[in-house]
Every structure is written in C-alpha cells, then in structure tokens.
Design a protein. Structure first.
Length: 148
C-alpha cells in the first residue's frame, strides 16, 4: 500500500534522497538545503510516496505567478518535478503524487495546473499526456555569454 505524505522536517532527508534520483547533477546536501527552504515557502509543496518505510516517489509543486505557457490565469499550479523509483513504476504511485499536487494547487486557489519536460524525455512526455496534460508548445531555448 502506498502512502502519500507532505514533506516535513522529519522526512526532509528522505525527500533529498528522492530528489537526488530525479536531479543527480546536484549533491544531496544542495538538495536538502533547497528543500528545507521550501518548508518555509507557502508557494511550494513537496510530497513523498512511501511503501512501508521505503521512499518510492517524490513530487514538488508550486505556484507560478509569472506567465506560464498556455495558461490564462494566475497563479498557476506547477509540477516542478516528479519521480518514482523504477522498480515501483506502473503501480499508481505517480498518479497518487500528482493527485496530491493537484489538490494542493486547488486549495491554493489555482484553476490551472502546468508542467514541462525536456524535448528528449519521451518517458516524461508520455506520463504527462497519460495524466491529462495537453501539450501547450515546444520551444528551444538559447543562451549567449556577454563580453564585458
């Protein structure tokens, strides 16, 4: 049985470990610091999925007040990240985490919920489409260093 709980001081290390699986380019210490700051941020929420005492999933959502592609209201609930351990996928864990994020966003006054993924992340694209998201746009972002 899967249990979904909000992140708290007591499960912050579990959240950081799960977030590290989603964002491995960061260190556990960096992620724990970032997630600890979210505990004080009323515009953000993190949820963990547990099977017994094992952390099997993680979702971070928040409110975006700037323009969000394809939306018409503000604030917009935004799925910042979601991850389920590979051996626990296709068991409804991501759906349960997503439902908790949507509920939190509705409680925060949102009427729209958005997300994004990298163009090359076909697994995430399929998850989003299967979860009821509609593709709003595709973009390629550019950056350029400015010389002093």
């Amino acid at each position: 049985m899967i249990r979904i709980v909000p992140m708290s001081d007591s499960n912050l290390p579990d959240a950081a470990h799960a977030a590290l699986l989603l964002w491995p380019e960061h260190s556990a210490a960096e992620l724990e610091e970032e997630l600890a700051a979210l505990l004080e941020n009323n515009d953000a929420a993190v949820f963990l999925a547990y099977s017994g005492t094992l952390t099997v999933g993680f979702a971070q959502c928040g409110l975006r007040r700037d323009y969000v592609e394809g939306t018409h209201t503000s604030p917009v609930g935004y799925l910042e990240g979601i991850f389920v351990r590979e051996d626990c996928r296709r068991q409804g864990v991501a759906s349960a985490l997503l439902a908790e994020c949507r509920l939190w966003c509705r409680r925060m006054g949102c009427s729209e919920f958005a997300s994004d993924c990298e163009l090359s992340n076909t697994t995430s694209l399929q998850f989003h489409l299967h979860s009821g998201f509609a593709e709003a746009n595709r973009i390629i972002c550019f950056v350029q260093e400015l010389e002093n």
